[in-house]
Design a protein around this ligand. Structure first.
Ligand SMILES: [Fe+2]
Length: 274
């Protein structure tokens, strides 16, 4: 099995551990969200301490990231809140620093240990910097998707079709049907709350859901901002009848691998006062 099904863990419950990101970033801390046992690909939160700095280097694997707190400086460019990059293996990353610290959602395509960086990279696989504030919303990306949402497309892989995007939804919005995708769907909740079939997700909620697993219906009172990725191709959705009808304030009912069992738990929140 490549990666275990995780749905869902609140990252706040995962301990920070000192790490060197397999040689890519000595001196940081990380929270491991999920890992592929076959090739060592990882999804994680990385915390850079204030005053951090490492020199330029050529990347042996693909590195994708979204800044969720603080800021990084890479090759003299500022990457603040919701700045995104997809840097392919073989890309020469400039010097990286974080004068005041940062927390960064980070994805490696494989374990970089002992991997020789390729001599070249495909420029079509490079997103040097996309500012999530500036990327425009697009809507109507699926004719059956309930209205009241927009998507900011951050990356589409020209080879695999894998996609990364931010989804924003309006408050007091819910769906009546569940959905199924032929790909992995991965998500980190940036803001707001989500009422789902496995409980109420709050900022910091994370899932890695294997293909063909029905999920939803989903709803939100606050509206929210999600970061999503597919793995295994572009996003396509089949809408199906739910296992049970949509329900506000559902109980927490996660699927967790043994490595995350100790991180089980909700993050409390206050229902909106109307
Ligand atoms: Fe989905």
């Amino acid at each position: 099995m490549a990666r275990s099904w995780v749905e869902f863990v609140q990252a706040q419950h995962i301990p920070w551990q000192p790490h060197d990101l397999w040689g890519l970033a000595p001196g940081v801390e990380m929270r491991l969200l999920s890992r592929d046992d076959d090739n060592g690909a990882v999804s994680m939160l990385v915390r850079y301490p204030a005053g951090y700095g490492i020199p330029a280097g050529t990347l042996p694997v693909d590195v994708e990231f979204l800044v969720i707190d603080g800021s990084l400086t890479v090759d003299g460019q500022d990457y603040g809140h919701l700045c995104f990059a997809h840097l392919p293996a073989g890309f020469q990353r400039g010097a990286l620093s974080s004068p005041s610290g940062a927390v960064v959602l980070t994805f490696l395509s494989a374990d970089p240990t002992g991997v020789t960086a390729p001599a070249t990279y495909d420029p079509a696989r490079l997103v040097l910097r996309a500012d999530g504030y500036q990327v425009p919303y697009t809507g109507n990306f699926h004719p059956e998707f309930p209205p009241g949402a927009g998507r900011k497309l951050l990356y589409k892989d020209p080879v695999t079709g894998d996609v990364s995007w931010i989804l924003g939804t309006l408050p007091v919005r819910w769906a009546e049907r569940s959905e199924i995708h032929p790909t992995v769907e991965e998500m980190y909740l940036l803001s707001g709350e989500v009422h789902a079939n496995r409980g109420v997700m709050r900022p910091g909620a994370y899932f890695w859901r294997p293909p063909e697993v029905p999920h939803g219906p989903f709803g939100t009172l606050t509206g929210n901002l999600y970061f999503f990725r597919t793995k295994g191709g572009p996003l396509t959705t089949e809408y199906v009848a739910p296992e049970r009808p949509f329900q506000w304030w559902p109980p927490y009912d996660p699927v967790l691998p043994p490595s995350l069992e100790s991180c089980r738990g909700e993050v409390p929140g206050t229902p909106l006062a109307y």
